[in-house]
Design a binder for this molecule. Structure first.
Ligand code: FES
Ligand code: FES
Length: 216
C-alpha cells in the first residue's frame, strides 16, 4: 500500500503494517491447519490416486461451541468459514462489516476473549470455546455504549461503514490504557481505515470518553 493511498500519511501506514503483518502470519498458519483437514495434495497420494476433497467443494462440517455476545451457541460449520462470515452470513450479525476481507481495513474488528481481533483473518473453528463480542453486544439503540454516544456527539462518522470496527477498536484503546494522548490514540487506531476521513472526530470521541472516566 502506498503512503498516499491512506488518509493520515506515513504514520498510519507504519502502524498498519506492524499490526497486520502479525495477523496475516497467524492467518496463514491457521489456513495451513484448516487445509490439513480438507485437502491432501495429489503429490502426496499413491500413484494415480486423487484426493476426494481436492475440488474444494463441500467440506465435512465440524462442531463449534462458541459464545457470542453472551449467548452460548453449538453449531456445525464448514471448517473454512471465517469468523466474519459466520457472524454475517450464518448468524445475521451484520453490524460487523466486511471491507477488504484481507486484514487491511479494520472494518471487521471484534473482541475475542476481550482482545480486539480482525474477524476476517480468523477461522471460526479456531475459536472453539471463545467468547466473542460484536458491535451488537456492546450497546443497543435504547441504551448506547458511551463511545457510541461520543461518536454521535463528535460527528465521528459520515457513511458509517467503518464505524462498528472503529468503535470496537476504540473501546479496546481505552480499556488497554492507550488513550493518554491524541498521538497515542492515532497510533492505536491506525489499523482502522475511514475513507470518509473522519479521523480527527474519531480521536476526539475516544479522548472524550477516556477523559470522562466512564466505564467502557
Ligand atoms: Fe477484515 Fe478489512 S474486512 S480487515
Ligand atoms: Fe465512512 Fe468511515 S465513516 S468510511
Amino acid at each position: 500500500m502506498k503512503d498516499e493511498e491512506v488518509p493520515g500519511g506515513k504514520e498510519l501506514v507504519c502502524g498498519i503494517e506492524g499490526r497486520y503483518d502479525e495477523d496475516r502470519r497467524f492467518f496463514l498458519k491457521q489456513s495451513a491447519a484448516i487445509a490439513g483437514l480438507t485437502f491432501v495434495p495429489a503429490s502426496l497420494l499413491p500413484g494415480g490416486e486423487s484426493s476426494a476433497t481436492e475440488s474444494f467443494g463441500d467440506a465435512e462440517k465440524v462442531k463449534l461451541s462458541i459464545a457470542i455476545n453472551g449467548k452460548k451457541l453449538r453449531l456445525e460449520i464448514d471448517p473454512r468459514t471465517t469468523l466474519l462470515d459466520l457472524l454475517r452470513e450464518e448468524l445475521a450479525l451484520t453490524g460487523t462489516k466486511k471491507g477488504c476481507d484481507l486484514g487491511q481495513c479494520g472494518a471487521c474488528t471484534v473482541h475475542i476473549n476481550g482482545q480486539r481481533t480482525l474477524s476476517c483473518l480468523t477461522f471460526a473453528v479456531m475459536q472453539n470455546g471463545s467468547k466473542v463480542t460484536t458491535i451488537e453486544g456492546i450497546g443497543s439503540p435504547e441504551s448506547l455504549h458511551p463511545l457510541q454516544e461520543a461518536f454521535i456527539k463528535h460527528d465521528g462518522f459520515q457513511c458509517g461503514y467503518c464505524t462498528p470496527g472503529q468503535i470496537m477498536s476504540g473501546v479496546s484503546c481505552i480499556r488497554e490504557g492507550k488513550a493518554r494522548s491524541e498521538s497515542e490514540v492515532q497510533e492505536y487506531m491506525s489499523g482502522n481505515l475511514c475513507r470518509c476521513g473522519a479521523y480527527p472526530n474519531i480521536v476526539n470521541a475516544i479522548l472524550d470518553v477516556k477523559n470522562s472516566g466512564q466505564k467502557v
